[in-house]
Write a protein that binds this ligand. Structure first.
Ligand code: UDP
Ligand code: MG
Length: 325
């Protein structure tokens, strides 16, 4: 029954200690995809220490569409999703949370929207059922900032429930907690991204795996991807720019020292004046920045050339039909 080449849809579900919600979720997924051709349900066990894995194996006994990837330890949601994306066989990939907060009933709508000509359809949890103070409110701000900085106009980057064309995930590598930035990375690569409102429910069982420290991780990840996207082929522009600014500051400060020492009508007491030290410090910082930029240039070349990565992505090359290749 499982013809690998023709899997239409892969549902990817990262699981960390969700024993109490897995069965109900599985039932919901099955009824949601019942009309979607050849599907697979790929659970990624991210080092669960409860009964999750046994429950999954039990579910698999009766359903050949269920695949399980067991990670050796807990690597985090992004890593679990990456593993799932890498091993998914479907033409379309839909990840969702294992805790039942995403509603599998939304899957057909996401897929239908994807088929109207998009590469990624992101879920927007318009009505969230999470703690307002620690989750919903920070996430509103985060989404606003991410949308501004990445230039990708989505309302809800953090929603796991999205639909992807499998190819659009191929050239994206994920680190840290970057799964929420996939739409941004993809859209920079020229993919078409849109969103639809999806249902969101309170956690049915178990507890959340995240706390407030997630905010800092998101900010740092955001800085990283912005830097990589804007300057990964020309880091010297960033570091050289910063070096230039420091150098300018150094000269200004140095000139002030010179002025007060030799040109000013009244001699000021130089022994209490920090400008000389400032000037030297800025000068050294400038040299450091520029050297760092040069190092980064070397790293970038290693990065691109060792993986045969080009600095562009070709969509298609159109040859004249009359031409013999
Ligand atoms: N998860 C995971 N590995 C982790 C943390 C979370 O696989 O290290 C899974 C978790 O089982 C759930 C999904 O990622 O299916 C989202 O986690 P959670 O519900 O805790 O996040 P929240 O909904 O609170 O943002
Ligand atoms: Mg959750």
């Amino acid at each position: 029954m499982t013809d690998n080449s023709a899997v239409e849809l892969s549902i990817v579900i990262p699981v960390l200690n969700e024993a109490d919600s897995l069965r109900a979720l599985y039932e919901e997924v099955v009824s949601a995809i019942s009309r979607s051709g050849n599907c697979e349900i790929l659970f990624v066990d991210d080092g669960s220490t409860d009964e999750s894995l046994n429950i999954l194996i039990d579910i698999q006994q009766n359903d050949a569409r269920v695949r399980i990837i067991k990670l050796r330890r807990n690597f985090g949601q992004t890593a679990a999703l990456s593993a799932g994306f890498r091993h998914a066989r479907g033409r379309i990939i839909v990840p969702l949370d294992a805790d039942g907060q995403n509603d599998p009933a939304d899957i057909p709508r996401l897929v239908a929207r994807l088929e109207t000509g998009f590469d990624i359809v992101s879920g927007w949890r318009r009505k969230r059922h999470d703690n307002t103070l620690t989750r919903t409110f920070p996430s509103r701000i985060a989404n606003w900032v991410i949308a501004r900085i990445t230039g990708v106009k989505l309302h809800d980057f953090g929603c796991t429930l999205k639909a992807y064309r499998a190819e659009s995930l191929k050239c994206i590598r994920l680190y840290g907690e970057m799964h929420r930035f996939i739409p941004a990375l993809a859209s920079w690569g020229g993919e078409k991204v849109t969103e639809i409102v999806v249902n969101h429910r309170p956690r049915s069982a178990g507890k959340t795996k995240y706390g407030l420290n997630r905010i800092f991780k998101v900010i740092l990840d955001l800085i990283t991807i912005k830097f990589l996207a804007s300057f990964s082929t020309k880091p010297i522009y960033v570091f050289g720019g910063l070096g230039g600014i420091s150098m300018l500051g150094s000269f200004l400060s140095g000139f002030a020292v010179f002025y007060y020492k030799f040109l000013a009508p009244e001699h000021l007491a130089m022994n209490r004046n920090p400008l000389l030290v400032l000037s030297m410090m800025l000068f050294m910082t400038a040299i450091q920045f520029i050297l760092m930029g040069l190092l980064a240039e070397i790293l970038v070349r290693t990065y691109h050339e060792s993986q045969d990565r080009e600095i562009y992505i070709i969509e298609e090359i159109l040859e004249s039909p009359g031409r013999k290749v």
